[in-house]
Design a protein around this ligand. Sequence first.
Ligand code: ATP
Ligand code: MG
Length: 184
Amino acid sequence: MRELALNILDIAENSLAAGAKLVRIAVEADFGADAMSISIEDDGKGMSEEMLARVTDPFTTTRTTRKVGMGLPLFKYSAESAGGEFSIASAPGKGTRVRATYRIGHVDRMPLGDFGGVALQLVTMNPHTDFLIEAAADGQRGALDTRELREALGEDIPFDAPEVRSFLKEYIRENLVDIFGGRL
Ligand SMILES: Nc1ncnc2c1ncn2[C@@H]1O[C@H](COP(=O)(O)OP(=O)(O)OP(=O)(O)O)[C@@H](O)[C@H]1O
Ligand SMILES: [Mg+2]
């Protein structure tokens, strides 16, 4: 079964491919309102309006004009099939913001899955990109900001050093995963 965490990874990979220096990922849940959202925002190269129109509706595009990617359509589908909405905004040279919302209790909402694993993978495997990864549930918030981590560690200690990795794993669990109490 697909997990929303894998959609997050796909969309963040678009940001990396677009040369982003900073990628912001936020998962927010309001259990009282049965609502959750996922947003991924980057400062990469962005897209033209024409390109934007095509990527959000690839199935209506004639096959010869471009390779049809699946990252954005699948993310859009995940939201629209779970009582939510999808939006994307982009400006050439500025960046891109993608957002999906969901009804938490909708029968077709995919589980969040291994969000912590995806966060760990993104941070340790992309040492030259900064990430601000945030989780919020019912007013409680947690965040991992690699700019702060970079400052604390200094330039000589890589994020994938074993001791940093195990620190990150624990930090992510406490701040980005446990906050949802297994309810997503
Ligand atoms: N954050 C982004 N910044 C700039 N361009 C983007 C961004 N996200 C998507 N795009 C553009 O939209 C296209 C479609 O993205 P999508 O994720 O749907 O498919 P893909 O990345 O081409 O292929 P796949 O995800 O299936 O490997 C990308 O090839 C890229 O040109
Ligand atoms: Mg993609």
